[in-house]
Write a protein that binds this ligand. Structure first.
Ligand code: 9MR
Length: 684
């Protein structure tokens, strides 16, 4: 809460008033960019005018006319839009409608969503298993380490000859999935894609952003450090003997509301599944691409990820029908496992996604022959059981990697843009002026992530076309998440004035601290209300109002890593696109750690070639001198090639390696003395 608001709340309480703002004006409680679109929604308007009031001196700085009122079906409210995009002054303001009251306060300024972006990313740090959260980084939410996960049992459902039941394995690190303390590969899949996509789509911004985590300052971007915490856990979930990936690392049953270090029941890895294995393959292939640029700091990790992806892909190809079915598993094996299932009856979209990522990373068209995401492109808002679109988005954003003829002919782009045009239309027809609510099925368990993922698609459309309307439509859904919705909540804990206080999160519910751990996106309105018989109480059954800020409401008020990830994506993307330099503010950015955007790949017959003429192609987003070094496995330089001039864009270096002895070599590309990407090359 801002100081001014604290004062107002105190005054209101002293005056016996219940609240600080009217429930009938809904607005993004964080704020707006001086040059960006700005609007609020007024319910049952009694007059046609509104004003915007300065919080500092109470003066009206803007007056406007409300748009025509119409009914938003999802909430059955009569809503009119107050558009004050013309107000460009910086400050703290409220929207006022005579006879109705004042909205919650919000700010107009540059970098207005930067703090909430930092919090949304920092929420992953608070979810870390296997390490203590020290006060220096966690503040009052400090806690002891939970779940070392160093003696996890292989569950009967996952037993093999080499790893029989109760074999002890290590599976430390990773993020807790949600309010519960279990770690699920399927949900890590979409989460990791989304965070890695922030890196791939907004590389400079992501590399410069500081979140204050223990690794800050270690020479790697904070976003990457956070991603690595979960990546390293995911790697432990692959059976080294066959490449298959366990579905989850879990307790038999959900814990009570206790702190992580008090939750000590036996952990298991359970049945390998085709969906988990393919999600793993997709993430590892994508990670291999991103990590290439950091090979100096993380030697060999990119290649390890690619090998892991290849092994996983092969296992999936051998077990295409091995779906995860918890009920069937519990009938066949003991003990019963009753935590989240992430069961999915169809692995076709997981094949499509993994094929796309494997193809993009390796350039091998064989992956597309096995599962063609272009065969019948299934473009829809991504979610954990529907991941084909993730591969399509990767393809669209990396056309320079599309080497198979026909892939970059624009058909996919046309299809994707027509899907996004549908999202824009939904906003145009919406009484709330938001994309969210394209149909009643937007309001599912985790509906706020539907809003965030719609916005993610729209930001990709904006990046691909430069069209402002896609950006504005994306922003409308960020406004939705931060307060312009039928509940009036800013759904991110700790950000806004009316915000979830009793989120279904075991630490927040048991740490004795009134404020919930900050930065979580609550699941959001969900008319199925699956928690109704478990103590959750709802005041409305309407789709957009089926939300309850109660700890018992796991179906509307839980946090989850796959919901926060698109929030991080849209906050980072919107901030990056609104920043004049494309970078975070001085306070958030770390200029010295800025990594020059550089993509680099080896073409030709890698990875196991004979090379009399090896071709290496690379591309540079900014002008830089380029130096290419070939080192042998012992690190001795075997060849150095320098550009001798600044280059930009796509280039190719050919070199004759026939005089080099057989063996393993590493190729390192340096640009402008700042960036390094390296890749392994085997010469025979
Ligand atoms: O997000 C999941 C939702 O789509 C499912 O309908 C629901 C019931 O199976 O489970 C949700 O995922 C939960 C997971 O199973 C366990 N950790 C918390 C997740 C969010 O509620």
């Amino acid at each position: 809460m801002r100081k001014s608001t604290v004062l107002l709340v105190l005054l209101s309480v002293a005056a016996g008033l219940a609240d600080d703002a009217t429930e009938r004006i809904r607005v993004n409680q964080i704020g707006f960019y001086p040059q960006g679109p700005k609007s609020a929604v007024v319910i049952d308007p009694v007059s046609s005018v509104f004003s915007v009031i300065s919080e500092t001196d109470g003066s009206a700085v803007y007056t406007g006319t409300l748009g025509p009122a119409s009914v938003w079906n999802h909430s059955q409210e009569n809503a009119a839009i107050a558009d004050f995009s013309g107000l460009e002054a910086v400050g703290v303001f409220r929207v006022r409608v005579e006879g109705i009251g004042d909205s919650w306060p919000f700010e107009i300024k540059s970098f207005v969503h930067e703090s909430v972006a930092a919090a949304a990313l920092k929420s992953y740090y608070y979810q870390r298993a296997s390490m203590p959260l020290d006060e220096a980084w966690a503040g009052k939410w400090r806690r002891a380490a939970g779940h070392p996960d160093t003696s996890v049992w292989v569950h009967a459902s996952a037993a093999t000859e080499t790893r029989p039941e109760k074999t002890v394995i290590r599976s430390p690190k990773g993020w807790y999935d949600a309010g519960d303390y279990n770690k699920y590969i399927v949900n890590s899949g979409i989460t990791m894609w989304t965070l890695l996509a922030v890196f791939e789509h907004f590389p400079e911004y992501a590399a410069a952003f500081r979140t204050d985590i223990p690794e800050s300052g270690n020479g790697l971007p904070d976003l990457l450090d956070e991603i690595l915490w979960n990546l390293r856990w995911m790697l432990t979930m692959q059976d080294p003997d066959d490449g298959g990936v366990y579905h989850k690392c879990t307790n038999a049953n959900f814990d009570g509301f206790v702190m992580p270090n008090q939750a000590r029941t036996q952990r298991y890895v359970v049945q390998k599944s085709v969906t988990a294995t393919l999600d793993f393959a997709a993430v590892m292939a994508q990670a291999a691409r991103v990590l290439e640029a950091f090979d100096a700091a993380l030697p060999g990790l990119a290649d390890s990820c690619l090998f892991a992806a290849e092994d996983a892909w092969m296992w999936a190809a051998d077990h295409p029908n091995l779906l995860y079915n918890q009920t069937a598993m519990n009938t066949a094996f003991n003990p019963d496992i009753n935590t989240g299932a992430y069961g999915d009856g169809n692995a076709a979209d997981e094949f499509d996604w993994a094929a796309a990522e494997m193809y993009l990373t390796t350039g091998e068209a064989g992956y597309l022959a096995a599962a063609d995401p272009f065969g019948t492109p299934d473009i829809r808002v991504p979610s954990w059981p529907n991941v084909a679109t993730l591969g399509i988005l990767s393809m669209l954003m990396q056309t320079d990697r599309l080497t198979r003829p026909g892939l970059d002919d624009g058909v996919l782009l046309t299809l994707f843009l027509s899907f996004c045009d549908g999202l824009v239309r939904s906003r145009d027809l919406s009484a709330y002026g938001v994309v969210m609510g394209t149909g009643s099925n937007d309001f599912v368990w985790g509906s706020n992530a539907v809003a965030a993922n719609q916005a993610l698609c729209l930001l990709v459309a904006h990046k691909l076309t430069g069209e402002a309307d896609y950006f504005d439509a994306a922003l409308s859904n960020l406004d939705y998440c931060l307060g312009r919705n039928a509940t009036g909540y800013s759904f991110v804990t700790g950000h806004g004035d009316k915000t979830p206080m009793r989120i279904h999160h075991r630490q927040s519910g048991s740490d004795g601290i009134a404020d919930p751990v900050p930065g979580f996106l609550a699941g959001g309105p969900n008319p199925s209300q699956q928690d109704r018989n478990d103590g959750a109480v709802y005041t409305s059954n309407l789709a957009a109002k089926s939300y309850s800020d109660m700890q018992a409401s796991y179906a509307s008020n839980e946090n989850c890593i796959n919901w926060n990830a698109p929030l991080v994506y849209i906050l980072f993307g919107i901030e990056a696109l609104m920043s004049e330099t494309g970078l975070p503010s001085e306070a958030r950015g770390v200029a010295s750690r800025r990594i020059a955007p550089l993509s680099f790949r080896i073409e030709g017959n890698w990875p196991n070639p004979f090379n009399s003429s090896t071709r290496i192609s690379y591309s540079l987003d900014g002008p830089a001198n380029v130096r290419l070094t070939v080192c042998d496995a012992a690190g001795r330089t075997a060849r150095t090639l320098e550009s001798g001039m600044k280059l930009q864009g796509r280039h190719e270096i050919r070199f004759n390696a026939s005089d080099l002895p057989s063996g393993v070599y590493f190729i390192r590309l340096q640009a402008g003395g700042r960036s390094t990407a390296s890749r392994m090359l085997v010469l025979k």
